[in-house]
Design a binder for this molecule. Structure first.
Ligand code: IFM
Length: 448
């Protein structure tokens, strides 16, 4: 990627804002994750819990007004299934009305809502009977999705059925870091299959119900694109070790959706009801790429040792900072799917707000490079607005434009938020972040 030398304009009608997820921000949710957080010893860094999270459930009006005041025009959030259906077949009207009001407030303040139906968490009752591997999970998900579309289908255009299916399958069933903390290749494949069926059933339900309510639903998954490339290109074993994880993580779900079939190795190519036509656009979450080396000591991981590219600067999550990877991802996904692309997440864990300004500018320039090369990119939603609960890392990783005092819950803008506001307001992306935001800090991180 050539470095941009002048400022560039975002495309007309470009959606620009931030993304969040219910469990990470709302507080007060009883689901499989909050049960996981209560285990002793805690599986979460520094014993983090979401009892209050960042109290977004009661502060959503002020929070959304703050995003609109910062010139953002779109906002992605998720509906918490466990709130809407606290026990099987029992639906909580007040919970549905709450999300109806979130959508209304988004519209009132000028934020285009992008609504996710499942962002990693499940109602406890479903987790207890097998979670995403339960045979009836797709039908149950469809019933819940239809109910949500019934309430907000007339006001919401952009829908995400499932956030990052591949991440959930790997973290919960192979790496065992997330509930249900399994380490089994067989279960991971079943989880992939279950999520594909849930997506298909959910997409069908949203399309049908939103249309009945007079809405025009555009449905996708939020696909996490994280290329798994060989550490040493010339090494045949590294290349072989990278090929399967790369296909499974980055392409299996998408190609199954595009073909309408449960592709091998999870299925045998059988048709899945509702899968055909289940993607109207593609939600893309991009953070980094991984490097893979062959490791004979890892048969359970199919001999693939995953690492962060040592040649690149790293975030405080140790993920490699690689804006060129975003351009590559968008172009590859555009050429493969020919679907409009919406960046549903992109961001950086950055303890002291040292990397974020340059990260945003460089990644937005990568988006514009992809647009110039022909990709149809409709928007960019930064992960995330406010520092929040980062799953197994608890509150130790900071992805927000605003920090949150978790005693008082006050939100404080970080320096990088001013730059994002300027980009949102003007629609212009500078060639590089201003020196006052980056000078010492980026050098320290070795990013330039
Ligand atoms: O916080 C997560 C989010 O829930 C899903 N995508 C990646 C983010 C950062 O790790």
């Amino acid at each position: 990627m050539g470095e941009a030398v002048t400022s560039r304009r975002l495309p007309p009608d470009f959606l620009i804002g931030c993304a969040t997820a219910a469990h990470q921000v709302e507080g007060g949710i009883d689901n499989d994750w909050s049960a996981f957080e209560r285990q002793v010893p805690s599986p979460i860094a520094a014993g983090g819990r979401t009892t209050r999270a960042i109290d977004h459930h009661s502060r959503y009006r002020e929070d959304l007004a703050q995003l609109a005041a910062a010139a953002q025009n779109a906002h992605r959030f998720s509906i918490e299934w466990a709130r809407v259906e606290p026990s099987p077949g029992v639906f909580d009207r007040a919970a549905l009305d709450h999300y109806g009001d979130v959508v209304r407030v988004c519209r009132d303040v000028g934020l285009e809502p992008v609504v996710t139906l499942q962002h990693f968490t499940l109602p406890r009752w479903l987790a207890e009977r097998g979670g995403i591997r339960a045979p009836d999970a797709p039908a149950l998900f469809a019933r819940y999705a239809a109910l949500c579309a019934d309430v907000i289908g007339a006001q919401v255009r952009w829908w995400v059925t499932i956030n990052e299916p591949a991440v959930l399958a790997v973290q919960g069933y192979l790496d065992g870091q997330w509930p249900p903390a399994q380490q089994s290749l067989t279960q991971m494949f079943q989880a992939f299959g279950g999520l594909l069926r849930m997506h298909a059933a959910g997409a069908l339900a949203v399309h049908r119900t939103a249309t009945q309510r007079g809405g025009e639903a555009l449905v996708s998954v939020a696909h996490h694109e994280r290329r798994q490339r060989p550490l040493r290109d010339s090494n045949l074993l590294d290349r072989a070790a990278a090929a399967f994880p790369d296909f499974l993580f980055n392409r299996w779900f998408l190609r199954s959706c595009l073909s309408g079939r449960m592709l091998p190795p999870v299925g045998l190519g059988e048709r899945v009801a509702g899968l055909d036509g289940s993607l109207d656009y593609l939600g893309v979450n991009y953070y980094t790429e991984d490097v893979i080396s062959f490791d004979p000591a890892l048969p359970g991981m199919l001999f693939a040792h995953r690492d962060n590219d040592p040649a690149l600067p790293h975030s405080s999550f140790e993920w490699a900072i690689n804006p060129a990877g975003l351009r590559r991802a968008l172009l590859a996904l555009w050429h493969e799917t020919r679907l409009p692309l919406l960046i549903t997440e992109n961001g950086v864990a950055d303890e002291h707000d040292e990397l974020r300004a340059a990260y945003v500018v460089d990644h937005l320039n990568a988006v514009l490079d992809a647009v110039d090369a022909g990709a149809d990119v409709r928007g960019y939603l930064h992960w995330t607005a406010w520092d929040n609960f980062e799953w197994a890392e608890g509150y130790t990783k900071k992805f927000g434009f605003w920090s949150v005092d978790r005693e008082t819950m006050a939100r404080h803008p970080k320096p990088s938020s001013a730059l994002y506001e300027e980009i949102c307001r003007s629609g212009v992306v500078p060639a590089r972040a201003p020196d006052w935001l980056t000078a010492s800090t980026i050098e320290r991180a070795g990013a330039r």
